[in-house]
Design a protein around this ligand. Structure first.
Ligand code: SF4
Length: 316
């Protein structure tokens, strides 16, 4: 299949974690193996108390024509439109070449007339997000897009995969990473020494495992350090990013999970992202408490910069 189902393509600075501020072309691929309905709920561990506006929302009454017309929800997964069957028909299903054209269209400006990832301004990153971009079907889409950009001689040298860290890699994606990107060992020497010519400089795993006391997802399903260990073996550049609420149960769970990842050799930087996708939630008193606790525990903080910059809008 050469078509790709996605919910959004947009150009925006990376808003979370290590590459915050870097100009990035995003593609949000459709489908997810989790639901994370506990986000923003009073008690994420008790599904009987959940409020889920994405389920109640009436598309026809609200006259929704595209994903951009949807509100940003405070409860449940803030990207539910990217996996829920209810919103599937709002998500384009297009040939990979058309998808690449759209990305190039976003990159094209008077300062970058050919829409190049590498141009005479700053290099533009490409990020695959979701939903879950490492579902098997989505891994195929990633390969189609990278191969197409290679053929067009417009290869994105910096690629980030934003994943929940539960999906095994296909042999085909492993081959693609090895074909186009520097290995982790080469990475440091890339700028300073002789290196094998490959168009990709960096492949970056941004892994966001979902905590039970925040997302409502059971650890057996959501916490898979053995899977992430495999990502690390393929390319050892990444970060762990945890959505956190200021609840003692969550901080305890976080410490346990971080330790569990360390036991599987995942020693990447740990970022704490305060729960809440709206700008209101990102300026609430709770965010300061989370920031203070994050500092006390020696982790990095990842507030959602896109919410501060662009408010409650999808596609930012
Ligand atoms: S893993 Fe991400 S996209 Fe999937 S349900 Fe959870 S928050 Fe939403």
């Amino acid at each position: 299949m050469s078509n790709i189902r996605y919910s959004e393509i947009f150009l925006s600075p990376q808003g979370e974690g290590y590459y915050t501020g870097r100009l990035t072309a995003w593609i949000r691929l459709f489908g997810c193996n989790l639901q994370c309905e506990g986000f923003g709920q009073k008690d994420p561990t008790d599904p009987s108390t959940y409020i889920l506006p994405y389920k109640d929302f009436d598309i026809t009454k609200a006259n929704v024509k595209t994903i951009k017309d949807l509100p940003v929800w405070d409860y449940g997964c803030d990207s539910s439109y990217s996996w829920s069957k209810k919103y599937r028909d709002l998500c384009p299903n297009e040939h990979f070449s058309k998808v690449c054209d759209r990305i190039v269209g976003l990159l094209t400006t008077q300062y970058n007339p050919y829409g190049l990832f590498v141009n005479d301004r700053n290099t533009i990153h490409l990020a695959f997000t979701g939903g879950e971009p490492l579902l098997r079907k989505n891994q195929e889409s990633i390969i189609l897009i990278l191969d197409e950009f290679y053929r067009r001689d417009n290869f994105p040298p910096m690629v980030t995969i934003e994943t929940n860290g539960t999906q095994d890699l296909t042999i085909e994606l492993i081959d693609t990473i090895q074909k186009y990107f520097q290995s982790s060992e080469d990475y440091h020497s890339y700028y300073y020494e002789e290196h094998e010519e490959k168009p990709g400089i960096e492949w970056f795993w941004s892994v966001s495992p979902k905590l039970w006391t925040v997302s409502g997802e059971k650890p057996e399903k959501a916490i898979k350090p053995e899977v992430v260990h495999h990502y690390k073996l393929i390319n050892n550049r990444g970060q762990l990013k945890f959505v956190v609420r200021n609840d003692p149960r969550t901080w305890d769970e976080l410490e346990e999970v971080v330790q569990y990842f360390k036991e599987h050799t995942i020693d990447w930087d740990v970022y704490i992202m305060p729960v809440g996708a709206t700008v209101e939630s990102q300026v609430s008193p709770e965010i300061r408490e989370i920031a203070e606790e994050t500092i006390r525990r020696g982790y990095y903080i990842a507030p959602r910069v896109q919410a501060y910059l662009f408010g409650n809008e999808i596609g930012t």
